[in-house]
Design a protein around this ligand. Structure first.
Ligand code: IFM
Length: 451
């Protein structure tokens, strides 16, 4: 007998994007530059000298994109606000034209009964704030709360769900340690300060929301379950270090009020002094947690491998995406159940899940066949359903991404979209995965029972 994969009636079916990756025209209508403006225009930072200057031109085509979402049957859309569009200097002066863009986008979504989920920070810090120390400056928590208040005042009457930060681990590791994302630092010693300030900024925005807001606010983390390559004690310890660094670094503080012990040992004397008032701020309760899940990681002990003495053991027999990420849906179920067991029953959303695969070079007769992506979505949606069956309070799923877009330092070479974008003409063509996702939505998941 085939299984029943129907999801709860109120389950949100969405797709996600972020401002710099799709909007284009990042300096239009009075916006200030962000760290991505500088980074992408610095030779050698992004492949093929790609930038977000035009991206998918969503800034002008948002109405057509909302129409597309509606045709696909989406019930929610997760996007981010570019901080420097509405506060060009990061603080102080508000740019009404920047607010107007998001105002029109939100209204267009509501006209189609698509519920906005709005992320305040998806990696594009205003350049003016980076010049003042960016995430290394403790004041960033106040700057972020000021910006958040402007957004809440403008849009909370129409935005049911807010997200403070997207993937703080990536902001810290990619931007300050591995030197692959803006602002492009390469300093493990900066890591704990950046982490702590991200957590304080998150807490400050949640507190600002509690004063002014009337709906829900949450945090989005990227989680990558770590599996030991063997049962050796060294490999098990390496697995714990990798897990503490990537998965528990943000969740233990917000839910348990402490950094993981392994992490304190890893950071040693680069850990900043923590004033006692920081913990009540960081542990301010919030309404939901978003999980971005793409892959797992099998690891082994690797002495002298900076910074954690851990190495990845690539599972070459398994399918990998164009990002070289292993396709492993069972770890999605596992990580959702782990959150419930470790941190409690907070409502969860899968706020990103998807894959970059090599799509056909051309759109043929209005079709783009992407069978590997269809299979990726099918298996991960089944894994999400398994988690619900195991008691996880999962309330929604957002495919990454609605459109092919600017994949950061990889430029436009990695296509994650369920909708193909021709970057010469900017024409949009829903791929087979978009049609599949549409059928999943229309059937509340029932079609997942098919082969
Ligand atoms: O494109 C990114 C997104 O901005 C954040 N999460 C992961 C995606 C794929 O790398």
């Amino acid at each position: 007998m085939s299984r029943d994969y129907r999801f709860p009636d109120q389950f949100l079916w969405g797709a996600a994007t972020s401002a710099y990756q799709i909007e284009g025209h990042p300096l239009a209508d009075g916006a200030g530059p962000s760290i991505w403006e500088r980074f992408s225009h610095t030779p050698g930072r992004v492949v093929y000298t790609d930038t977000g200057d035009r991206a998918t031109d969503h800034y002008h085509r948002y109405r057509a994109d909302v129409e597309l979402m509606s045709k696909l049957g989406l019930t929610s859309y997760r996007f981010s606000i570019a901080w420097a569009r509405i506060l060009p200097d990061g603080t102080g002066r508000v740019n009404d034209s920047g607010l107007a863009f998001y105002d029109k986008l939100i209204d267009a979504l509501l006209e189609k009964n698509i519920a906005p989920m709005v992320t305040l920070y998806h990696w594009d810090l205003p350049e003016a704030l980076d010049a003042r120390g960016g995430w290394l400056n403790r004041d960033v928590a106040d700057w972020f709360a000021e910006y958040a208040r402007v957004a809440f005042r403008a849009f909370d009457d129409r935005v049911p769900k807010w997200v403070t930060l997207n993937e703080p681990w990536v902001v810290m590791d990619g931007g300050y340690v591995s030197n692959v994302l803006a602002p492009g630092h390469c300093s493990f010693r900066e890591a704990p300060t950046v982490t702590h300030n991200l957590l304080r900024a998150h807490g400050s925005a949640v507190q600002a929301y509690r004063a002014d807001g009337r709906n829900e606010i949450g945090l989005v983390v990227n989680l990558e379950p770590k599996y030991p390559a063997s049962d050796d004690v060294e490999d098990l310890a390496a697995t714990n270090r990798a897990d503490a660094y990537m998965n528990r670094q943000y969740l233990d503080p917000v839910f348990l009020g402490a950094y993981p012990e392994e992490l304190l040992a890893i950071y040693g004397d680069s850990m900043p002094e923590i004033p006692s008032e920081d913990w009540p701020l960081i542990t301010t309760p919030f309404d939901f947690l978003g999980v971005n899940y793409y892959s797992r990681n099998v690891v082994r002990d690797a002495p002298d491998t900076a910074p954690l003495d851990v190495a990845r053991v690539r599972q070459s027999l398994h399918v990998h995406t164009e990002m070289d990420w292993e396709v492993f849906p069972a770890a999605l179920t596992r990580v959702l159940v782990w959150i419930k067991d470790r941190y409690g029953d907070i409502p969860l959303y899968i706020t990103e899940n998807g894959a970059a695969f090599q799509d056909p070079a051309h759109v043929t007769d209005g079709h783009v066949d992407d069978p590997l992506r269809v299979s990726y979505f099918r298996e991960h949606l089944r894994a999400a359903h398994d988690a619900i069956e195991q008691g996880v309070n999962l309330r929604g799923y957002f495919a990454w991404s609605l459109l092919d877009n600017f994949e950061w330092s990889y430029g436009y070479g990695k296509r994650f979209g369920i909708v193909h974008v021709d970057f010469a003409t900017l024409e949009r063509t829903p791929k087979a995965s978009a049609r599949f996702y549409s059928e999943v939505i229309a059937s509340h998941g029932a079609v997942l029972a098919g082969a």
